[in-house]
Design a protein around this ligand. Structure first.
Ligand code: ADP
Ligand code: ADP
Length: 230
């Protein structure tokens, strides 16, 4: 069962850069999936097309088997169900303190106040940040900021979590802890899709790997098959 599928997806930026070129991919539900590719391959652009921030210029997208036409209603659903944790936490975080920051998503979904509070508290407990709930964002370490940006997404309780280069700018120890935490999220039946240019990081972690180069998927498979010579 695929949670997201695309066929011949195309997307260009206003300056003419073709970032996605007839890209076809199928993401199996509940798996730990890695998309490996060099900087500029189009990984971030793909994520932004799949969660409705951008609208594809050509091609098809299915979410839970349904064709997405990127109507207002569908875009709202996609943003709610498909969360992106951005590479640079400083881009994603803009509120004064941790609690306000993580409240923003569920508040935007129009949830009642006590429901928002509950979701935020759950997300802060999961990410081990509850003791920092009233701290200003700028007070936090890089690893803590990364966890806040993950809590942001968890508070919306998405089905799919896209992690865009999640261990960039993070020290090795914290980065290993994050990878274990992503396993834990996956055990709660969330589909995890992680982009990286670092094969060593995901080889022991991923159930399934896609290789992306220049706007296209050029290979896929289980890690041992895809990289036999390792
Ligand atoms: P086999 O190696 O027996 O042919 P597959 O290659 O179909 O089996 O699948 C191996 C593993 O990769 C399974 O855990 C399967 O769920 C997972 N997998 C296969 N295709 C995808 C996909 N498109 N997205 C995510 N996971 C996948
Ligand atoms: P990745 O996430 O794999 O590093 P991106 O999706 O960020 O790749 O970028 C894909 C291509 O699109 C690159 O050539 C990049 O320079 C270009 N690109 C990304 N964002 C923009 C933008 N806002 N305007 C123009 N080109 C962009």
């Amino acid at each position: 069962e695929y949670i997201i599928e695309t066929k011949d997806l195309e997307f260009s930026y206003p300056d003419g850069t073709q970032a996605l070129k007839k890209l076809s991919i199928a993401l199996e539900k509940g798996k730990k999936i890695a998309i490996i590719g060099p900087n500029g391959a189009g990984k971030t652009t793909l994520f932004l097309n799949l969660n409705g921030v951008y609208t594809p210029h050509r091609g098809q997208v299915w979410y839970q088997g349904e064709t997405m036409n990127y109507s207002k209603k569908e875009i709202f659903e996609m943003r709610k169900n498909i969360g992106i944790v951005f590479q640079d936490a400083n881009v994603q975080l803009f509120s004064a303190n941790v609690f306000q920051e993580v409240s923003f998503g569920p508040m935007n979904l129009g949830l009642p106040k006590d429901e928002v509070r509950k979701k935020v508290e759950e997300a802060l407990i999961k990410t081990d940040l509850i003791h920092l709930r009233d701290k200003p964002i700028h007070f936090l370490s890089g690893g803590q900021k990364k966890r806040v940006s993950i809590a942001d997404i968890l508070a919306m309780d998405p089905e799919v979590i896209f992690l865009d280069e999640p261990t960039a700018f993070i020290d090795p120890k914290t980065s290993n802890e994050l990878m274990l935490f992503f396993d834990q999220l996956n055990q709660e039946r969330k589909t995890i899709v992680l982009s990286t240019h670092d094969m060593d990081k995901v080889y022991p972690w991923a159930d399934y790997i896609f290789v992306m180069v220049d706007g296209r998927i050029i290979g896929e498979g289980v890690p041992q098959e895809l990289f036999r010579d390792r």
